[in-house]
Design a protein around this ligand. Structure first.
Ligand SMILES: Nc1ncnc2c1ncn2[C@@H]1O[C@H](COP(=O)(O)OP(=O)(O)OP(=O)(O)O)[C@@H](O)[C@H]1O
Ligand SMILES: [Mg+2]
Length: 386
């Protein structure tokens, strides 16, 4: 049917370290610069996943990024031992096969993605090993909805308070096919496209930034806290996101870079953070905008104490009515559960109050006290000398 896979390539999905080990092995066995696509073909893996493995190896000093274009990597003195040192995890079970579809001719996808995008029904393991429980979005699993948007080339913006699950969702949806930029007020165009860096011999090499890498490798670029980035800087990415799907890298001799199939941009926005400005130009580029708020049912499913969830829910209601400015989100509820295990329930309760912004602390203390049937709850503090 299609191109035959390399004979040595194992079937099924690989654990994180395992693909890295294979890539390191390949580099060690093929001296000289190797292109991402070449390695991906040899291992029968997606260029995105192989690109990520190479980036990790290079960041650990276990492979070298060869200066210039196209993006190539080569083995260094640490590569062979890296191949041997990474303990391979047991391969993950193969993803469930997509539901059979009627034998009608498939409509061509506007933007062919590099990796297949099967429907995900159950929990998804993020690249950091944490388990993500998909939530519903447009009557399907959120991870599936995002993958569909990628296939169709429709940029999405996830917005909501800190700790509600924006990053987790993007990581669960795109796994190793993801490059993340953490935006802030100091982010420059060079942080997106790249810049010249000095070599030990005094010459300069242009090192491509995450936007260019994502474009060339057909990956997903997640611009987290995109609205903290100055609008003029963010505008550098716009030509890559619209119909042209290419950008001119002014800083590198005006070079034109075209996006490979699969390239996609998704952004995160926290409306409450000081300095976050959702400009019209940005909003109009992200045709789909998804509100992300804490799912309290998920908090129950994650076995968090229902009294803590009740307090958080009550506070969220008061926050929605404008009465207070803060309520614990999933991140704080997960932290509650962890602290309860480490330091005990009373300390975890006190900590839930202590992490609240000062102006809302009394309201939080009251809600937490009520939920746990305690008359007073003070923030976690040091006591007398023991
Ligand atoms: N659907 C989910 N299943 C399991 N855990 C989840 C889920 N969503 C979020 N979490 C957990 O909740 C916590 C907060 O999530 P995350 O870091 O993704 O929030 P965020 O919205 O990106 O926050 P911030 O705006 O501060 O970056 C993490 O510990 C994450 O593992
Ligand atoms: Mg985040």
């Amino acid at each position: 049917m299609t191109t035959p896979a390399a004979p040595a390539a194992p079937k099924g999905r690989l654990g994180n370290g395992q693909l890295r080990r294979q890539v390191a092995e390949y580099l060690a066995g093929h001296p000289g610069p190797c292109k991402v696509g070449e390695i991906a073909r040899a291992l029968a893996k997606s260029a995105g996943a192989v690109g990520n493995a190479l980036t990790t190896l290079a960041s650990h000093g276990e492979a070298d990024l060869v200066p210039g274009k196209p993006i190539r990597y080569e083995a260094n003195s640490a590569t062979a031992s890296a191949a041997a040192a990474i303990t391979p995890k047991a391969p993950l079970p193969p993803k469930p096969a997509p539901a059979p579809t009627p034998a009608t001719p498939a409509a061509p996808a506007p933007t062919p993605a590099v990796t297949p995008t099967p429907a995900a029904a159950g929990p998804v393991t993020r690249p950091n090993g944490q388990v993500y429980q998909p939530r519903s979005l447009a009557d399907m699993a959120d991870v599936e909805a995002l993958r569909k948007l990628r296939d169709a080339g429709v940029p999405a913006l996830l917005y909501g308070p800190p700790g509600t699950g924006k990053t987790s969702l993007v990581e669960a949806a795109f796994g190793d096919d993801l490059i993340t930029v953490a935006g802030d007020g100091d982010t420059t165009a060079a942080d997106l496209t790249g810049e010249y860096t000095q070599n030990p011999d005094g010459t300069f090499t242009f090192i491509y930034g995450p936007l260019i890498r994502a474009m060339e490798e057909g990956k997903v670029l997640f611009i987290d806290d995109a609205t903290l980035i100055s609008p003029a800087v963010l505008a550098v990415a716009y030509p890559a996101m619209d119909g042209r799907r290419e950008i001119t890298v002014k800083a590198h001799k005006g070079e034109t870079v075209k996006a490979a199939g699969g390239f996609y941009v998704i952004a995160g926005h926290n409306p409450g953070v000081h300095g976050a400005i959702l400009t019209e130009a940005l909003a109009s580029r992200f045709s789909v905008q998804v509100k992300v708020s804490t799912d309290y049912d998920l908090a129950h499913a994650l076995k968090i104490d229902s009294r803590a969830i009740k307090a958080a829910r009550d506070l969220a209601g008061r926050q929605a009515s404008g009465e207070i400015g803060w309520a614990p989100q999933l991140r704080e509820l997960l932290a509650y559960a962890k602290v309860a295990v480490i330091l005990g329930e009373p300390a975890a309760i006190a900590n839930l109050v202590g992490i609240a912004p000062e102006e809302d602390r009394d309201a939080v203390a009251e809600a937490v006290g009520k939920a746990f049937a305690r008359t007073t709850v003070a923030p976690l503090a040091l006591g007398r000398q023991l």
